[in-house]
Design a protein. Structure first.
Length: 147
């Protein structure tokens, strides 16, 4: 399979409450519809990854996060038809009540037990969720054969 080596960056925000993580079910996105995921999205040109994480958490879940409350826990590279680098953040402190702000793109926004997650979570998100307890940033790589 030939790949475009153009780099694409995305942020993934694991919003935690006790031993639960906030997930929504993707729809109408053109990528992994019907799968569960945490709030996430592309990094815009000229945007810092921390700013993208803060923006996406607000756009998708209606919560506000201070940059000092973002903890980078995992970086994942995925080579499918494009090369993506995912920056996965852990967040345990925020303001606002989580709500589904983009019902045209997601449904069923709710907290799920970390030890009892639904099936169909993207590999790069799973890798990040498995790294939540690590004291160091962890890394993973997935090629097109894994998707």
């Amino acid at each position: 399979m030939s790949h475009s080596r153009t780099a694409h960056e995305a942020v993934i925000i694991a919003i935690l409450q006790d031993d639960k993580v906030l997930l929504h079910k993707r729809k109408n996105t053109g990528w992994m519809a019907g799968w569960y995921d945490v709030p996430s999205g592309h990094v815009n040109p000229g945007e810092a990854i921390s700013d993208a994480a803060i923006r996406e958490a607000y756009e998708e879940a209606g919560i506000s996060i201070n940059s000092s409350d973002l903890q980078l826990v995992h970086i994942s590279q995925a080579d499918t038809d494009k090369t993506y680098t995912y920056f996965i953040f852990k967040v345990e402190k925020w303001t606002g009540k989580p709500k589904l702000n983009e019902p045209e793109l997601a449904e069923a926004l709710e907290f799920y037990e970390l030890d009892n997650l639904p099936d169909h979570i993207p590999l790069y998100t799973k890798a990040g969720l498995q790294s939540l307890g690590s004291k160091e940033v962890t890394f993973s790589y997935f090629d097109a054969d894994k998707f």
